[in-house]
Design a protein around this ligand. Structure first.
Ligand code: GAR
Length: 194
């Protein structure tokens, strides 16, 4: 299955997905990285792995719809079937949502619906919760909303710092996202054949 990953930052989840493809855990191919920040480390990771990059900076387009039309043209060019948001810090609008209905996944570092939006890890830490976690969900027009596909808990001990929590969450993300992507790929393949 042809995949595109959208990232805005470091791209550690992007890298985890690449690894999972290389070891056969995810049966797909990343055709394209879409990035909205030219200096993002995710771009370096893509270059290292020979993955084409489409960098699109929103403010250089006349509108959000024009930005998404440009992204959509790239996705079509690469025959992308499933879109994976991995730290893409932008809401997806109607152009992409209607072209990729039920075909856009997101990962978020909390047990949604708790702590949506920016800095979910900091929000959970500040709230003093004893359990947080990771959510993978289908994307809709909202901020970190949309049907939940998978969740995993991460315990927060009394002695944990925010850096500990960050590390523990990322460790879970790097396993849960590839597993869930493969599950969705199988589901799509099953529904196409039946
Ligand atoms: C990840 O923790 C991901 O869950 C989060 O951004 C981080 C990106 O890290 N996404 C969101 O907060 C979405 N609302 P990465 O660039 O190292 O993969």
């Amino acid at each position: 299955m042809n995949l595109a990953v959208f990232a805005s930052g470091s791209g550690s989840n992007f890298e985890a997905i690449i690894e999972a493809i290389n070891n056969g855990e995810v049966r797909g191919e990343i055709k394209l990285l879409v990035c909205d920040h030219p200096g993002a480390y995710a771009v370096k990771r893509a270059e290292k792995h020979g993955i084409p990059v489409f960098t699109a900076v929103l403010k250089t387009f006349a509108s959000k719809a024009a930005f998404e039309e440009a992204v959509l043209a790239e996705l079509r060019k690469h025959e992308v079937e499933l879109v994976i948001l991995a730290g893409f810090m932008r809401l997806i609008g109607p152009v992409l949502l209607s072209a990729y209905e039920q075909r856009i996944l997101n990962i978020h570092p909390s047990l949604l619906p708790a702590f949506p939006g920016l800095d979910a890890i900091g929000q959970a830490f500040a709230a003093g919760v004893k359990v947080s976690g990771v959510t993978v969900h289908y994307v809709d027009a909202g901020m970190d909303t949309g049907p939940i596909i998978a969740q995993e808990c991460v315990k927060i001990d009394e002695s944990d710092t925010i850096e500990d929590l960050q590390r523990n969450i990322q460790r879970v993300e790097h396993q849960l996202y590839p597993q869930t992507i493969q599950q969705v790929i199988e589901q799509i393949k099953g529904s196409v054949h039946s």
